[in-house]
Write a protein that binds this ligand. Structure first.
Ligand SMILES: Nc1ncnc2c1ncn2[C@@H]1O[C@H](COP(=O)(O)OP(=O)(O)OP(=O)(O)O)[C@@H](O)[C@H]1O
Ligand SMILES: [Mg+2]
Length: 212
């Protein structure tokens, strides 16, 4: 469970949001909304420890994430955190397998790892895509590879920044269905979005312009 308490973020004199308090439970999809520039990405980046809040605390399973040492921060990012972006953030010239291996960490691609990759691809409906280069895939297929990467990593804190922004309705529904399956497996999932069908599919809704 992720808890943010009295969180405030300012860039210089400009306060993006203040005194935000919210709880994000595992097993659910949490929508983060607000107009462009209201600080949705900034909130995800604070929880992903890419940005520091100006004041307030963020905790994971009751332990503070704000103010932790660099080693712990790296461990959290390596072992638990998964990002899903609007532009997929894949290595375009490399194969599907190469992109998934990054999430597995260093080591040989033995039988077991090949099986892990194949199972994740099967879950997102891309069986047999192992050796396809990313640039040959459609947007929806690329987003599915990005989802498979989170499955391979076994991320249980998933920060999705407009993950359906570049997709049609069918592919958007597929992304949401896959995120729901990951939530059912115990992941905590935050989705910054403008998409009403995504907001409707989520279990909770936080408007960053009206925190608490
Ligand atoms: N590193 C930074 N330095 C200064 N200002 C920043 C920085 N990062 C973000 N901002 C500002 O903070 C505000 C919130 O930005 P953010 O990207 O979080 O908004 P958003 O809600 O995700 O918008 P969008 O819907 O367009 O993605 C914006 O005004 C932005 O210019
Ligand atoms: Mg944004």
């Amino acid at each position: 469970m992720i808890t943010v308490t009295n969180l405030t973020k300012s860039f210089g004199p400009h306060t993006i949001w203040s005194d935000m308090t919210a709880t994000f439970e595992p097993g659910l999809l949490h929508a983060i909304t607000g107009p462009s520039g209201s600080g949705k990405t900034t909130l995800l980046n604070c929880i992903g420890l890419l940005e520091k809040p100006t004041s307030g605390t963020i905790s994971l399973d009751g332990k503070p994430l704000t103010g932790i040492r660099q080693g712990e921060c790296q461990r959290y990012r390596r072992t638990r955190l998964g990002y899903l972006f609007q532009n997929y953030a894949l290595v375009e010239n490399a194969t599907v397998t190469f992109n998934l291996r990054i999430a597995l960490g260093p080591g040989r691609l033995g039988k077991q790892r090949k099986e892990t990759v194949a199972n994740a691809l099967n879950t997102v409906g891309l069986s047999g895509y192992e050796n396809r280069p990313i640039y040959q895939l459609s947007g929806g297929e690329q987003q599915r590879v990005a989802l498979a990467r989170l499955i391979v990593k076994q991320a249980d804190v998933i920060l999705a920044d407009e993950p359906t922004g570049a997709l049609d309705d069918v592919n958007s529904a597929m992304v949401i269905d896959t995120l729901k399956t990951m939530a059912a497996g115990g992941a905590t999932i935050l989705i910054a979005t403008h998409d009403h069908s995504v907001i409707d599919a989520c279990d909770t809704h936080l408007d960053v312009t009206r925190p608490s």
